[in-house]
Design a protein around this ligand. Structure first.
Ligand code: KG4
Ligand code: ZN
Length: 354
């Protein structure tokens, strides 16, 4: 039996988890900073690192307690080294190094995108994975279509050329004054809306399997502008601006219809390219991972169109967590990965084969 402690601090969740044999979660503790960042309408990097520093020790302690394990029961410590915010990643990596050194445990640096993929190994009762599978990673920072031919073997087929899918949800939610994070808020508002009320553009890209969401966001902005004074700086980034996130919303703004039509456009684009790639590469299954894979409209549309099984994680494992880092760490550990004390953070780390 192999037990790995996973640590995740790449963005705005401080998380620690203990996972057995890459599949069984013994504990999964997450401290979200959503309440802090909601005030700014996005993640504020300096505030994020400080919150990680405050949360990391209690979170790791709780993960160990809830798993009912001691340090002697662990085989390794896995930690996200990138991609993510440099200051935030550093908190996790330093914690992991300190613990590994003090407890005499191997240290394993993990790619956050690969960890999202391994959240699928934590789905209870799911059949054994038969490669090749196609992974659509859709999160706040990334939108990538990756062919996985074996453990640790990836071919990147496409990615977003501008905003990530989750980022588009967050920015449009801001335009519609729905708060942060935008994905769940848009999904909820969309329930009451007509997805055909507005016909938003489905972007064409040069790369066959690339995505683009910024035109769609601008199209929503144009509609919003027809109803009064929009927060025109909103499409600007998740920048560290201390602007209030929720100025008043024009009372006649058709929020539900805009949310539903926007969501339908995002889902259409994601499904169309993913299915095309699944057919071209003749994959056995499609895996959805990352925060946006929590979206029910996306899950349903993908499942309907796929013509093959579609797997997605339970909600708690869609957004950032450390169980997926520990699961990924298990397969890396099995493959012999051991990192040295010089393990550094790589904020723009790419997903590549090993
Ligand atoms: O994977 P994640 O927790 O963090 C990153 O690695 O970026 O993803 C967060 C993103 C946010 O942009 C959030 O708005 C989006 O996932 N998200 C959703 C939903 N839940 C979270 N997007 C659409 N529908 C949802 N239900
Ligand atoms: Zn993530």
């Amino acid at each position: 039996m192999t037990r790995i402690l996973g640590i995740e601090t790449s963005c705005d969740e401080t998380a620690a988890a203990v996972v057995e044999d890459g599949r069984t979660i013994l504990s999964n503790v997450i401290a979200s900073q959503v309440d802090i960042h909601a005030r700014y309408g996005g993640v504020f990097p300096e505030v994020a690192s400080r919150a990680h520093v405050e949360a990391i020790v209690p979170i790791v302690t709780r993960a160990m307690q809830e798993a009912h394990v001691g340090w002697e029961d662990l085989d390794a410590i896995a930690v996200t080294r990138g991609p993510g915010l440099a200051g935030s990643l550093l908190v996790g990596v330093n914690m992991a190094k300190g613990l590994a050194l003090a407890q005499g445990l191997p240290l394993i640096g993990i790619n956050h995108l690969e960890a999202h993929i391994y959240s699928l190994w934590l789905v209870q009762g799911a059949p054994e994975v038969r490669f090749p599978v196609l992974c659509l990673i859709v999160s706040g920072g990334h939108t990538e279509l990756v062919l996985m031919t074996d453990h640790g073997q990836y071919q990147r087929l496409g990615a977003t050329i501008d905003d990530a899918a989750g980022e588009a949800f967050d920015k449009v939610a801001r335009l519609l004054r729905l708060g942060y994070p935008g994905g769940p808020a848009i999904e909820q508002a969309a329930q009451w809306g007509n997805p055909k009320a507005f016909h938003f553009p489905r972007a064409r890209t040069e790369g066959e399997y690339d995505f683009s969401f910024s035109g769609l966001k601008t199209a929503v902005l144009r509609e919003v502008q027809k109803y009064g004074q929009p927060d025109t700086s909103a499409p600007g980034a998740l920048a560290a601006t201390a602007r209030p996130a929720n100025p008043p919303r024009p009372s006649d703004l058709p929020v539900a219809d805009l949310a539903a039509s926007f969501q339908a456009a995002v889902v259409d684009m994601l499904v169309e390219k993913t299915i095309a790639a699944a057919e071209a590469y003749n994959v056995t299954e499609i895996f959805l991972a990352g925060g946006v894979s929590a979206n029910k409209a996306l899950r349903q549309a993908m499942t309907q169109a796929a013509g093959r099984p579609v797997r997605y994680p339970p909600l708690i494992l869609c957004t950032d967590n450390a169980a997926m880092v520990a699961a990924c760490g298990y397969f890396r550990f099995q493959a012999g990965q051991r990192d040295g004390w010089d393990l550094d953070v790589i904020p723009s780390l790419k997903l590549t084969s090993t």
